[in-house]
Ligand binder design. Sequence first.
Ligand code: 6GU
Length: 287
Amino acid sequence: PEQKQGYTYEEYKVTADWLRANTEHRPLIAIICGSGLGGLAEILKDQKVFSYSDIPNFLQSTVQGHAGRLVFGTLNGKSCVCMQGRFHMYEGYPIWQITFPIRVFQLLGVQTAIVTNAAGGLNEDYEVGDMMLIKDHLNLPGFAGNSPLVGPNDERFGPRFPCMSDAYDRDLRKLAQTVARELGFSDFLKEGVYSVVGGPSFETIAECQMLKRLGADAVGMSTVHEVIVARHCGMRVFGLSLITNKAVMDYDSKSKANHEEVLQTGRERASQLERMISSFVERLEHN
Ligand code: 6GU
């Protein structure tokens, strides 16, 4: 059989229409929760929750730490839609499926995407528990032709060749710095470059050294594809990584990357991260 290469506009629209018919929320903000950071969705008020399995065309979450629920609600008075669990390449989904929700959100009227993730720290100045504002990314899979925008371009979403030099909105990063200062979080707030890899194995020592030399401050297995699709269809993007572990950089180190540490750090910093996003959302302006 002929392999499907992407969704049709109508498929995105079916899902968006279905959601619009099933909730009265009309969010301008979408939040994607990284591994172990799904608690953010729990603090939304006036919730309307959908299991991914109940939403037409939606994929399923298969990873521990990703609940697989779409939560509509208000955060500090602002209407939001929150993905409690995202999709990754290592789950076996083609890259164009991973980013399906982003365009659905765009059709729902979302203007700002907030993406969070758990990441390994490559920068020596980073400590476990630091939050990193994403300033830029390295899309290594993209260099090899693995981009969510590969395939026919639908101009209704955006241009064939979208610009990525301003992917992570400068004003939103400034706002986050301000919010962090007010909350007393400046000590553990960093700003840096996020590098995406396919996973699911963590990086070797040589790979970590390579990524660092290439200019990456943190490494993870998500986010970048969503950001590319969000930018393509005109959303503003704010990205935040929680440094859940230090990537192993030398051969004498006894530490080993593991998913349990990733989830544990998430639990420890979760409430602060929630306060950060919550204040950030409160101060976001849309016109
Ligand atoms: Cl060290 N590597 C990758 N690829 N993803 C991570 C990580 C490391 N720590 C958290 N997520």
